[in-house]
Design a protein around this ligand. Structure first.
Ligand code: XMP
Length: 513
């Protein structure tokens, strides 16, 4: 039997990933596709239901993204959300116009009919609104199922045709009973039973990889980060020694990180794979000598990384597949969202030009970060790897302001290790999204014992954020900062001052360069 699938068609709204995530939380597999997906392509995927997302446009503007009547006549249940709801009304002959006033934020919605997706929902519920247009007249065959003082039709349904529309956003948690509504849609009209679970994803993916790879050779770049580790373990469970993982130690990793990665994935580790560690530290330091400009540093690290990887790959010879740890937000950000530019500099190096391979495998392409972590746990990867905080590809290269030298790397590694240890000791590690020590290029006068010092200042950073696009500086307890400061100046040579960075993002970035 076919796996249950819900397809979200993306009309450019900001909550589109959330919709997919909620549907999966309800136990049904869900993929987001651009709204341009054709009816034939949709049919070929055989979804149980389709959800049309919100979007910033007006349906009566000819330049806005539209869809065809056919989409609503395939016999597949459709739920339109916000712009998606208006699009359904408009396409099927209803009237959409500018509302007398916009509704924004938490709004009381009166439910008029509970035979469809509002089953079990309160008579008056709080839902999240964000619209300037509204449905003035419903198309034929629809009944109104909810309203607000502003919206005569805050929701409508044509149950016979399997069509459902809500003006508000059930996917955000501000909509208090939104999850129930989405669950009602997938379990009711779509007839899903909820077969999506992480263990079945893992098993299925392993089987699919086996089928796809056959007896081919696979190459994987392993960074020790969550995504590439989970991808590598999935591959190793599927094809064992047909997989070679190349781990480039660029000398800009956190303290002991290279050895930790080797301990897990190397010959003494837990997995069946070929592991190659390339100790390229000196090469990177040589190329970075004298370079102070941040973008130039990033570029050098990215290019050198690819070069080292390619050289190793050449030694292995032609491979059939190259594994990438791409996860779902990367796909969205590079494909549809406007954050493409922000993200592109994050993917260190990009794809190697000179590695011979036939196909790319991206086993995590459909997963969100928290799902990748769940898969990691399911696969038995050590927790400290699974719950690692984000670490940028250029590593400490962007946490050392100005020129990178081996000496400075050692300073920042030691300071950072102390900071992380104390944060964990204080039980704060789960509350803070990202925290690390950086090395400023400032040196200043201090006094140590009877001696005058002229040494570096370390900056401590800790931020809380939900999406890493914006962030707040974390309010760390003073005693923790005090302990960290005193340990750093006492235990790390060449540091005589410690600063705490109180800047949010914007105007600061999380990293220093
Ligand atoms: P910024 O410094 O731009 O960082 O506020 C936002 C998030 O992205 C991470 N980051 C990177 N990740 N390669 C990556 O894989 C990079 O080049 C890179 N630069 C920044 C950063 O750690 C933070 O989580």
């Amino acid at each position: 039997m076919d796996k249950e699938l819900i397809i979200v068609l993306d009309f450019g709204g900001q909550y589109n990933q959330l919709i997919a995530r909620r549907v999966r939380e309800a136990g049904v597999y869900c993929e987001v596709h651009p709204y341009t997906m054709t009816v034939e392509e949709l049919k070929a995927k055989n979804p149980r239901g389709i959800i049309l997302t919100g979007g910033p446009n007006s349906v009566y503007d000819p330049a806005s993204p539209h869809t065809t009547r056919e989409l609503f006549e395939m016999g597949i249940p459709v739920l339109g959300i916000c712009y998606g709801a208006q699009l359904m009304a408009y396409t099927l002959g209803g009237k959409v116009s500018t509302a007398p006033v916009s509704e924004y934020g938490k709004t009381e919605v009166d439910i008029d009919d509970k035979d469809g997706i509002f089953k079990g929902v309160s008579d008056r519920t709080i839902a999240w609104m964000s619209h300037t247009d509204y449905i003035e007249n419903m198309p034929e065959g629809f009944v109104r199922t909810a309203h607000t003082p502003v919206c005569p039709v805050a929701a409508m349904e044509n149950r016979e045709a399997g069509l459902y529309a809500v003006q508000f956003h059930p996917e955000v948690t501000h909509s208090e009973e939104g999850f129930k509504m989405l669950s009602n849609f997938v379990y009711g009209p779509c007839g899903c039973s909820g077969d999506w679970k992480m263990d079945s994803f893992v098993e299925e993916t392993i089987e699919n990889i086996r089928r796809q790879v056959g007896d081919g050779k696979v190459l994987c770049g392993l960074s020790g980060g969550v995504d590439s580790s989970v991808a590598a373990v999935l591959m190793s469970k599927a094809v064992g020694k047909q997989l070679t993982c190349v781990f480039v130690d660029h000398g800009l990793l956190r303290k002991n990180e290279g050895d930790e990665v080797e301990a897990v994935f190397g010959p003494e580790g837990d997995y069946d794979l070929n592991f190659i560690r390339v100790n390229a530290q000196q090469r990177f330091y040589d190329r970075l000598a004298g370079v102070t400009e941040p973008e130039k540093k990033r570029k050098i690290i990215g290019e050198e990384f690819i070069r080292v990887f390619e050289e190793e790959a050449k030694k292995i010879g032609a491979v059939d597949f190259l594994v990438q740890g791409t996860i779902y937000p990367d796909v969205i950000e590079s494909g549809l969202g406007k954050s493409a530019v922000i993200k592109s500099h994050h993917n260190v190096g990009g794809l190697p030009d000179h590695v011979e391979f036939k196909e790319i495998i991206e086993p995590l392409r459909m997963l969100f970060k928290d799902e990748v972590r769940k898969a990691g746990l399911e696969l038995g990867i050590p927790e400290y790897l699974v719950f690692r905080q984000p670490f940028p590809g250029p590593g400490l290269g962007v946490r050392i302001v100005g020129e990178v030298t081996a000496e400075k790397v050692k300073i920042v590694q030691d300071a950072d290790a102390i900071y992380r240890e104390e944060i964990a000791k204080a039980g704060l590690d789960k509350e803070i999204s990202q925290y690390f020590a950086a090395l400023t290029n400032m040196r200043s006068v201090g006094v140590m014992g009877d001696f005058r010092t002229y040494d570096y200042a370390v900056a401590l950073r800790a931020v809380t954020t939900s999406d890493f696009m914006t962030a707040e500086s974390a309010h760390l307890p003073w005693d923790v900062l005090e302990t960290v400061t005193s340990r750093i100046v006492n235990e790390v040579d060449h540091v005589n001052r410690v600063f705490y960075d109180c800047t949010g993002k914007p105007p600061g970035t999380i990293e220093f360069e």
